[in-house]
Design a protein around this ligand. Structure first.
Ligand code: GRF
Length: 252
């Protein structure tokens, strides 16, 4: 192979020889570029995101990935009903979007089986629950174990389940927040990847507190996803160790 810097254009004869060299060199450069591109694509992990609503967490993750040039493929977004607002953002980014209406499935098992098939067809390495308001069956969770992550709007194990902001206000806690965790079979359980706390302020209502927590969510969910993509997360028992270690708790 002739490296590019060996090309010289001299006289007519030399020029034709140089052109042949230039042709070979160009071919060589194209082959290398092709190989680099293939390696890049093959090493890219694929993310599939499940949403039910506005999808602001999904949007925060995609925007961070774009800003920091993560080597990742957003292989698809799946919503459990067609009115999910987050589908609009997915479409605006040309991310394949799908609707699997849960109401069309008589059982949770049948819905989860359809969901699972679609996620597998998209080749997901990582599945993100981003405001996905369905309880998943044990079979589904086992199938994606270790690559299924959720964000919950509370400092788990406090306030699992719904209406976390109302319950936080009622209980009088002075700090509230959000948790990113691997999904296991219990609802809002599973090894915690990271958490962020925000203060509960005098005069807060559920909406103002929810807005403060959501802004924290948008900071920690992309961070947790990047840790996963970088292979920095080790599940040990019910804990997640970050390698190399760094704080997994943020006071915002
Ligand atoms: C977030 O608060 C998330 O923690 C909870 O549902 C909300 C979804 O918001 N599970 P969005 O759809 O990401 O905007």
């Amino acid at each position: 192979m002739t490296p590019v810097h060996a090309i010289e254009i001299t006289d007519a004869k030399g020029t034709s020889r140089s052109c042949r060299k230039l042709g070979r060199a160009t071919e060589y450069v194209h082959k290398i570029a092709f190989r680099v591109a293939i390696n890049y694509i093959v090493s890219m992990l694929s993310i599939v995101t499940l949403i039910s609503g506005r999808g602001s967490n999904f949007e925060a993750i995609v925007k961070m990935a774009q800003k920091d040039h993560w080597p990742v493929k957003f292989a698809g977004v799946i919503a459990n009903h067609s009115a999910a607002k987050g589908l609009d953002f997915a479409r605006s980014q040309a991310i394949p979007s799908f609707v699997i209406e849960h109401k069309e499935h008589v059982t949770r098992e049948s819905f989860d089986a359809a969901l699972s098939l679609q996620i597998d067809a998209l080749g997901a390495d990582l599945v993100l629950l981003a405001g996905f308001m369905r309880i998943l069956t044990p079979g589904f969770i086992r199938h994606f174990e270790g690559r299924l992550i959720n964000i919950h709007p509370a400092l788990l194990p406090a306030f699992p389940g719904l209406h976390t902001h109302e319950r936080a206000l009622e209980s009088g806690v002075k700090e509230h927040g959000a948790t990113v965790h691997f999904v296991t079979e219990g609802v809002d359980e599973g090894p915690i990847i990271c958490q962020a706390s925000v203060p509960v302020l005098k005069g807060d209502d559920a909406d103002s507190l929810a807005a403060r927590v959501l802004s924290a969510e948008h900071q920690i969910y992309p961070r947790a996803v990047k840790w996963f993509l970088d292979g920095r997360l080790r599940i040990e028992g019910n804990q997640v160790k970050l390698q190399p270690p760094e704080s997994q708790f943020f006071k915002l």
